[in-house]
Ligand binder design. Structure first.
Ligand SMILES: [Zn+2]
Length: 98
């Protein structure tokens, strides 16, 4: 259930995985004010996530600049390849999609 996951993230965000999971919401400015504070606090102390968010934002901005009309959601296989590449490159552990 989504509610359970939200509660777990509420007060602590020590793990990079949690930050990665929220990256999309952060870039789309959909995080609650509370979560955003915790999120940014983690970034302050974590160069890996800072670098990840920087490249992630760049990708999202570029995609927007290209225009929504030409963009459809990435195929899950492609997304997983991308996640694998990021994991190796940044030494992180993004979860793979089903
Ligand atoms: Zn981190």
């Amino acid at each position: 259930m989504c509610e359970t996951r939200d509660n777990e993230i509420d007060t602590e965000m020590n793990s990079c995985d949690q930050v990665m999971e929220l990256a999309g919401d952060y870039v789309d400015n959909e995080l609650s004010a509370e979560k955003k504070v915790i999120f940014l606090k983690h970034l302050e102390s974590c160069p890996t996530c800072t670098a990840f968010i920087a490249s992630y934002s760049h990708v999202v901005e570029t995609a927007h600049a290209l225009g929504e009309a030409n963009c459809k959601p990435l195929d899950v296989g492609v997304q997983n390849r991308l996640r694998g590449a990021l994991n190796r490159r940044l030494g992180i552990a993004l979860p793979y999609l089903d």
